[in-house]
Ligand binder design. Structure first.
Ligand code: SF4
Length: 381
């Protein structure tokens, strides 16, 4: 086990005040037992205490961590600091819904050591927030960002969503420009995708919004990337932009770099040393398992070398760091595929790595499939 490498720590807070109809993350809107969640985290963290010691990032996501009652967030970080070691320079992030942001909560987060806030804004246009079923309105989002700045949080970011019927190029640019007025250090611009398990994605839903056709998605993506890079943002991952190198998300970058992380809470995923495991997506079953002092696992898998390398390729082409040429050369016919990608200007080669261009980002999921993966898998090891 690679116990000596500091890992990232993720806590999935499985509560939301209301459920957004496009979302397939595990969360419950019944908050009656939310106050007890800190005790669940203690029970689960104790089960990992011997295997994980040191962390250098902490991310509270979900769900909506900001719905937890006063004092509970500080309690959770207190428990984690008591049971694990969190290095002083750690990036400590909390996701918040604009509707929950108050001066008191921000003070609690600051006192608990949070140095990064991620705000789920999604849009600054009222009608779009209604389509997305968000509980906040645009004014509330602006007020939340103002408060976050007034409370002295410099490192904060926003999530925005594009690509659905009802949104126009003008309304999307309006949301982007409104976001930029607050000088966020980080912006995540997600293209809406709908899984069939969500109310908006389900075939039976009469409200199902039509996702933009491919060409329109493409033009929104390219225009967003051009606009934000012109304004000085680094487009470092398909959907992510940072104002400076130091604001590139440390914790989330672990996922793209195959670095170890431990996830606590229902439905949380973990990864270390080629092994991935994930928790039960049911708060009730999760709690039952903890009562029996058992890790609340729903599944686990051991990734062989072929699978690890495939994932490295898939994850690498999502980031501007790209993929090492040494990895591409290991794949049968890899050089030829690379030459094709270079000709099509989908990648550039720099410092021993093949990195996606802006157009390449658009095809991040498809590029890895061009490689002859069967041969690679055959080598295993
Ligand atoms: S999008 Fe966020 S707030 Fe909405 S249901 Fe999903 S986790 Fe909850």
């Amino acid at each position: 086990m690679m116990n000596d490498i500091p890992a990232g720590l993720y806590v999935h807070v499985p509560f939301c005040r209301t459920k957004c109809p496009y979302c397939d993350f595990y969360s419950l809107t019944d908050l009656t037992t939310a106050a007890a969640f800190a005790d669940d985290i203690r029970s689960e963290a104790e089960l990992y205490r011997r295997d994980f010691r040191e962390f250098d990032s902490l991310y509270l996501g979900g769900g909506t961590p900001s719905v937890l009652p006063a004092g509970k967030i500080a309690r959770i970080t207190g428990i984690l600091r008591e049971l694990f070691s969190l290095s002083e320079s750690s990036e400590i992030t909390i996701e918040v819904n604009p509707d929950d942001v108050t001066k008191d909560k921000l003070e609690e987060y600051k006192d608990a050591g949070f140095n990064r806030i991620s705000v789920g804004v999604q849009s600054f246009v009222g009608g779009e927030l209604e389509i997305l079923g968000r509980r906040h309105d645009a004014r509330r989002a602006e007020r939340a960002l103002q408060l976050i700045r007034e409370e002295g949080f410099t490192n904060f970011g926003l999530d925005l969503i594009y690509g659905y019927q009802g949104q126009t190029r003008e309304s999307w640019l309006f949301s982007l420009e409104t976001a930029l007025r607050f000088s966020p250090r980080h912006l995540s611009c997600y293209q809406l995708t709908l899984s069939d398990s969500t109310p908006l994605g389900g075939k039976r839903s009469l409200l199902r919004p039509v996702i933009f056709e491919e060409e329109k998605q493409r033009s929104f993506f390219l225009e967003t990337s051009r606009l934000l890079t012109d304004r000085g943002y680094i487009h470092y991952e398909v959907s992510n932009y940072a104002r400076e190198e130091k604001y590139i998300a440390v914790h989330n970058s672990r996922y793209w770099r195959h670095l170890p992380y431990l996830g606590l809470g229902p439905a949380a995923h973990s990864f270390r040393g080629g092994r991935r495991w994930w928790n039960l997506s049911s708060l009730r079953l999760y709690r039952e398992s903890l009562r029996e002092k058992k890790r609340p696992l729903r599944g686990e898998e051991e990734l062989d070398r072929g699978r690890l390398l495939l994932e490295e390729l898939m994850l690498g082409f999502r980031t501007r760091e790209g993929v090492p040429l040494t990895l591409i050369r290991e794949i049968g016919g890899g050089e030829e595929v690379l030459n094709g990608l270079l000709e099509e200007k989908l990648v550039v080669v720099n410092a021993g790595r093949a990195a996606p261009t802006r157009e390449g980002f658009l095809l991040a999921d498809k590029i890895p499939l061009r490689f002859n993966w069967g041969e690679k898998n055959g080598r295993g090891g």
